[in-house]
Design a protein around this ligand. Structure first.
Ligand code: HEC
Length: 250
């Protein structure tokens, strides 16, 4: 047993000595690798190139980076685009709502009136999204503000990837519409339930969506009087006005 161990270690010593001698003769390290640099010729491949071509018919996965409409919100002449460069559907708008509530509502408020919590605590107040200039602003401008910032507002390029920026822009359009809709845009059965000016709010219906619980309000002075699970703004328990106990708008 002990003889075997001694034999092994003698062998190892010889190997180490050999490799040190070999290293002394030829130096092969990372600065001298057997590799091709980009665009260098090769004798190995029949076509003389070191790089292989993509298989015929290969298509890019997702938009390509030279798609300036999608990545920059600009057309070929550098003008803000007026139309969305992707399909806008309910999934995209809901994604936009989710991203907007996280990244934008702290300043712009949940409905985009520019009265978010950070603003209430002293940050510069942004314009409301419900002014004519921003209602008419091309979608490319809104995308550009997220990508590059605007005045006192920093950009959100690192936090919000291009597709999500478009989702947010789609949601801003939905917010703008929500504050500027005509009662005639509503389906007939919903139209009947809009109270006339001066008329009391119409009670919620059994199948109306519930107000989601909002833990943010827990420590806010004048907690909302509408606990989670109680029908929303028009329902019993909803508070209107600005007295104690009313729910602050964000
Ligand atoms: C830290 C606060 C803050 C956050 C968060 C914020 N903004 Fe702003 N935003 C501002 C301020 C302040 C302005 C006004 C800047 C100025 O005029 O100097 C502004 C302006 C804007 C404008 C109007 C540009 C114009 O043409 O007048 C848009 C659109 C906008 N923001 C979109 C967004 C979106 C979308 C997000 C979320 C991705 C976002 N903002 C997040 C503070 C913020």
């Amino acid at each position: 047993m002990s003889r075997g161990a001694a034999g092994t270690s003698a062998c190892a010593t010889a190997l180490i000595a050999l490799s040190i001698m070999a290293a002394g003769c030829s130096r092969l390290d990372m600065q001298d690798q057997p590799k091709y640099r980009p665009q260098r010729p090769s004798e190995f491949f029949a076509d003389g190139r070191s790089e292989r071509q993509p298989v015929e018919g290969t298509v890019a996965y997702g938009p390509t980076e030279d798609d300036t409409a999608f990545y920059e919100g600009k057309d070929a002449s550098g003008k803000d685009i007026e139309e969305f460069p992707l399909v806008v559907d309910k999934t995209l708008i809901l994604r936009g709502q989710n991203r907007y509530d996280i990244y934008c509502s702290p300043c712009h408020g949940r409905i985009g009136n520019g009265l978010g919590m950070i603003v209430r605590r002293g940050f510069k107040q942004p314009p409301s999204y419900h002014i004519d200039r921003l209602r008419q602003a091309p979608v490319g401008h809104l995308y550009d503000v997220i990508s590059n910032g605007y005045g006192a507002m920093l950009n959100y390029a690192a936090q919000v990837e291009p597709r999500d920026r478009w989702a947010i822009v789609a949601y801003i359009r939905a917010l703008q519409y929500s504050q500027n809709a005509n009662v005639n845009d509503l389906p007939a059965e919903a139209r009947n339930r809009v109270p006339a000016i001066g008329q009391a709010p119409i009670p919620a219906q059994a199948n109306e969506p519930l107000v989601p619980s909002d833990p943010d309000f827990e420590d806010f002075p004048g907690k909302p009087a509408t606990p989670s699970g109680v029908p929303g703004a028009h329902g019993p328990g909803a508070v209107h006005g600005t007295g104690p106990g009313s729910q602050p708008e964000r």
